[in-house]
Design a protein around this ligand. Structure first.
Ligand SMILES: C[S@@+](CC[C@H](N)C(=O)[O-])C[C@H]1O[C@@H](n2cnc3c(N)ncnc32)[C@H](O)[C@@H]1O
Length: 394
């Protein structure tokens, strides 16, 4: 999983290593240690950012940002009325959000009840507009609602040397995951397939062609593929039954004029025992690294693929090797791995225990074991890369 937004080089804060120290060699990595005071300041910044992120989660979940967008500049009483919440609690949140730089206030010196708060349009876009390339709400929802919420279970899982199943992370994780990749599937995937897999693109424009979307999650990639290729049938499969219910609901919500319901099918099940073969394209998006048996799944994908077809992976765009001077995108992938992907992969046994930071050599090795050749496709995205896998002649 990864954010679709386009600005990975955000100002460094929280636990970030000071910019002057970035890019040092692993041999000198010991020198990044700070004085106790500097390190505690970094932890303070991280703690503050985490706490403020939780307040943003409240704003999203309680509809406070939506209310502020509807009202325009408004007092606490007005926002409370609009969101059907307690006025005193809402005033505290409005003041806090203002100090955090999310909202602005007209007259800070006015009596508390008379102060009017505003959600600036740029912030409203980033928080509320799912179609904007700057939409970042899933990155608030997923870590707070999806990961922080299961921390006690995660502590137990680590202590018990076990994993934690995907289903344990609940709706916020599924929604955050879907939201994070939504823009990629809707805006980038069509161009990536036509530019980097032109032969497959051409074959999918022929009636009777089909696609398997393995580990489809909430089905947004499945729907995007069906829109991209109006002549193809698209089959989404996922182990997680709640994700398949989300996918069915997303399909049901599509405009009947698109006629997607005739060509899209979802099914709950294990990728290892996927259904009939003969697909021109078999996709596994942002999921192989989560799987306990990635080689078995790739073998199944190979079986599902029609002669001349391809298996397409989308996986994190991580470096070839471990380095302490990892870019922010890789720090993000590591954090997600510790909190989610590795425990999920380890929740079934035996497990390859891959984790989010699945490097190209690991993909090549898994693919080779499954009888597939690997072509790495750099699509120039800060968080994702593609791998085209093709069956080796037997
Ligand atoms: C990080 S989510 C990615 C979902 C979706 N492809 C996306 O990009 O939003 C990983 C998905 O892999 C699914 N998954 C993991 N192991 C699986 C397996 N063996 N068979 C089918 N699905 C699996 C999980 O249920 C989960 O929905």
């Amino acid at each position: 999983m990864a954010p679709a937004f386009r600005h990975p080089a955000a100002p460094r804060s929280g636990l970030g290593v000071p910019p002057g120290r970035r890019g040092e060699s692993a041999a000198s990595a010991g020198s990044v240690a700070d004085s106790p005071q500097a390190f505690s300041l970094r932890l303070f910044a991280a703690g503050l950012a985490s706490a403020e992120l939780m307040t943003c989660f409240l704003g999203l979940e309680l509809g406070l940002y939506e209310a502020l967008r509807r009202t325009g500049p408004a007092t606490a009483a007005r926002v409370a009325e609009e969101s059907d919440l307690d006025a005193r609690a809402v005033r505290e949140w409005l003041e806090q959000q203002t100090c955090a730089g999310v909202l602005t206030v007209d007259e800070p010196g006015a009596p508390p009840e008379a102060r009017r708060f505003t959600l600036p349009p740029a912030h409203a876009e980033a928080l509320l507009d799912a179609d904007s390339p700057n939409w970042i709400a899933p990155l608030v929802v997923m870590p707070i609602g999806g990961m922080a919420a299961v921390l006690p279970q995660l502590v137990d899982a680590y202590r018990g040397r076990r994993g934690l199943p995907y289903a344990a992370y609940g709706e916020a994780l599924r929604g955050g995951q879907a939201g994070l990749n939504r823009g990629v599937f809707e805006h980038h995937l069509p161009g990536w397939i036509s530019r980097h897999l032109p032969d497959i693109d051409a074959r999918l424009r022929v009636p009777g062609s089909s696609i398997a979307d393995v580990a489809c999650g909430s089905g947004l990639s499945t729907l995007a593929l069906a829109r991209m290729f109006p002549d193809a049938e698209v089959h989404g499969l996922d182990l997680d039954e709640a994700s398949i219910r989300d996918a069915e609901a997303n399909l049901a919500a599509t405009d009947p004029a698109e006629r997607l319901r005739d060509r899209v099918r979802f099914r709950a099940g294990d990728a290892g025992d996927a259904g009939p073969a003969g697909h021109t394209l078999v996709c596994v998006f942002d999921a192989l690294h989560d799987m306990s048996a990635p080689v078995d799944v790739l073998r199944a994908c190979r079986r599902l693929t029609a002669p001349g077809g391809a298996v397409l992976l989308m996986e994190p765009s991580v470096g070839e090797r471990f380095t302490p001077a990892a870019p922010d995108s890789e720090r993000f992938h590591y954090a997600v791995s510790v909190l989610h992907c590795l425990p999920v992969g380890m929740s079934r046994t035996p497990s390859a225990a891959t984790g989010t930071v699945m490097r190209p050599d690991t993909v090549r090795a898994y693919a080779a074991e499954a009888g597939l050749d690997t072509r790495v496709i750099d699509v120039g995205h800060p968080f994702h890369r593609l791998y085209r896998l093709t069956a080796r002649p037997r």
